[in-house]
Ligand binder design. Structure first.
Ligand code: FNR
Length: 193
């Protein structure tokens, strides 16, 4: 029986009808039952400003950092904006990367899903995000890679997924992520013993 694992979900699109958010929900619905998903909202985070990094930083930063700190892993599901990640995601990462030496994101296992209304599936965003996760020492799921193209056509007007092949892929992706999280926890326990 696997241990319960808490996964913080960061969705890169702020709009209400976001396909990325629907894809994130689909992953959560199809994931192994030991994974618990907490959607951590990033739209109201003030821009990162080092001058605000005092004993009393913005309350939104503190709440975000506490949610990330409480998670065992982080799932990013983000659209591609101009061949990179949306500014909101980069800002959330910057906020989660400080205070220096106590970054709540640091070292947590991660998985990246990029999405696009077009055919390319957000490859540019996916790999720009991975570059950032390297710096934060976040062991990131390698396979399967998830570039979800034609994202707007995947859901009907009720928000239901209409492409079961994609659904099955998202389930496999979630299972692989669960496995990565377990392996990371086992390694950490071995090192601590
Ligand atoms: C886009 N879109 C987009 N698509 C893409 O494949 N590559 C890109 O570089 C961009 N760039 C881009 C920039 C900006 C500012 C916007 C608003 C959009 C289109 C994008 O894939 C589409 O809007 C998706 O629907 C966004 O995902 P959500 O909001 O549905 O999750």
């Amino acid at each position: 029986m696997s241990h319960p694992r808490n996964v913080a979900v960061i969705v890169g699109s702020l709009r209400k009808d976001s396909a990325s958010r629907k894809i994130a929900k689909e992953i959560a619905a199809r994931a192994p039952t030991n994974l618990r998903f907490d959607f951590v909202e990033i739209g109201a985070l003030p821009f990162y400003d080092q001058d605000l990094e005092t004993a009393t930083p913005p309350v939104e930063w503190t709440a975000f950092r506490e949610k990330i700190a409480a998670a065992d892993a982080v799932l990013f599901v983000t659209p591609e904006y101009n061949r990179s990640i949306p500014g909101a995601v980069k800002n959330a990462i910057d906020v989660g990367s400080r205070p220096y030496g106590q970054a709540p994101l640091s070292g947590k296992p991660a998985a990246v899903v990029s999405t696009s209304a077009g055919a390319l599936g957000g490859f540019g965003a996916n790999h720009h995000l991975r570059q950032t996760l390297v710096f934060l020492d976040m062991p990131t799921l390698m396979q399967p890679e998830a570039y979800i193209g034609n994202s707007l056509a995947l859901f009907d007007e009720n928000g239901q997924l209409v492409n079961e092949q994609t659904g099955q892929f998202l389930g496999k992706f979630a299972a692989a992520f669960a496995d990565l999280i377990d392996r990371h926890a086992a390694n950490a326990a071995r090192k601590a013993a």
